[in-house]
Design a protein around this ligand. Structure first.
Ligand code: FAD
Length: 285
């Protein structure tokens, strides 16, 4: 498979416990053997998760590995966001995944912060740091769950591109046609940044249903029914999941996707099972 010039990356979340930290370090070490372009680390609107993001980013950076911290603007003031960006710039970090984020349920209106949407965060970064950071933004081939329409969501996506985003990573999906239609609609609106599909390996049925309901990702009926039918048989779920996700990745790369971004959930094996099936091992260098 021709992977030249494509961007392959792995997403992590900041662990909270000693065991979680050890798992993450092991996963990063294993995944890094495949030579990805970068690892990204998610960032939440709550105080302790932010500290955990910094700790995770620091550790990855200390290993000499390229890292792109996520930064969400919801719940923060401009000054707080600029402080974080200065911290990253001083560490030599040159890539940010810029997001609006979601407030934890129960947070009051006072927690909303200075910026309302991710395009404002992209503009803030460009105003204060010019081109010091490469900026990734989120994209939604199956539409963001709060958007009033697909068309309005695309218009809003374009605002992030016009504000200076360099490329996008999508929410995960299991239908390659949704990605193709989204990329096509973007092209018709003159949006020409790379749109890298986000890939969620399948390891656990109930978690997948919960995440998908929350973020608006559709699990096709046939897949949902087959996974559901396996009950607690984790091996069968993983086996089918690996087949389905490998086929999806092949379709996406064949249709010209500019790379793949894996939501690893801090586990190396499910992502590597797909990666190695695709024949990506050793192809980057
Ligand atoms: P936006 O681009 O601001 O869009 C949010 C909604 O507002 C959409 O419905 C959009 O149509 C609308 N909108 C956008 N701009 C405007 C505007 N100017 N005026 C009016 N309406 C507008 N969440 C986290 O908390 N931490 C993370 O680390 C994280 N990482 C993610 C990584 C990826 C690759 C993806 C796809 C999502 C991630 N998320 C993360 C989830 C994300 O924060 C949520 O989906 C959130 O609800 C929207 O964030 P956004 O950056 O897409 O927001």
């Amino acid at each position: 498979m021709n992977t030249k010039d494509r961007i392959f990356s792995f997403e992590l979340f900041p662990p909270k416990t000693e065991k979680g930290i050890a798992n993450l370090r092991e996963a990063v070490t294993t995944l890094n053997s495949r030579n990805p372009a970068f690892f990204s680390v998610t960032y939440g609107a709550g105080g302790s998760t932010q500290t955990n993001t910094f700790a995770t980013v620091d550790w990855i950076k200390d290993q000499g590995i390229d890292v792109a911290p996520h930064l969400s603007c919801v719940g923060s003031t401009r000054d707080e966001l600029l402080d974080i960006l200065r911290r990253y710039a001083s560490q030599g970090i040159d890539q940010i995944v810029a997001l609006r984020g979601d407030l934890p349920s129960g947070a009051g209106r006072g927690a909303i912060g200075d910026l309302n949407h991710a395009n404002e965060l992209v503009a803030l970064i460009r105003t204060h740091f010019d081109r010091a950071f490469r900026i990734e933004v989120a994209a939604y081939p199956e539409m963001h769950p709060q958007a009033p329409s697909f068309s309005r969501d695309l218009d809003n996506f374009r605002l992030k591109v016009e504000a200076g985003a360099d490329s996008a990573i999508t929410q995960y999906f299991y239908n390659a046609d949704a990605y193709a239609a989204f990329v096509d609609a973007c092209a018709k609106r003159g949006i020409d940044i790379p749109i890298v599909p986000g890939i969620m390996p399948i390891t656990n049925f109930s978690n997948l249903v919960r995440f998908s309901d929350a973020c608006g990702a559709e699990i096709p009926r046939w897949l949902r029914k087959r996974l559901e039918g396996y009950g607690d048989d984790t091996d069968a779920i993983r086996k089918l999941g690996t087949e389905v996700v490998t086929r999806l990745c092949r379709q996406l790369l064949d249709m010209g996707a500019p790379g793949l971004h894996f939501y690893t959930m801090n586990q190396a094996e499910p992502t590597l099972a797909v990666w190695d099936n695709l024949g990506l091992a050793g192809s980057l260098g």
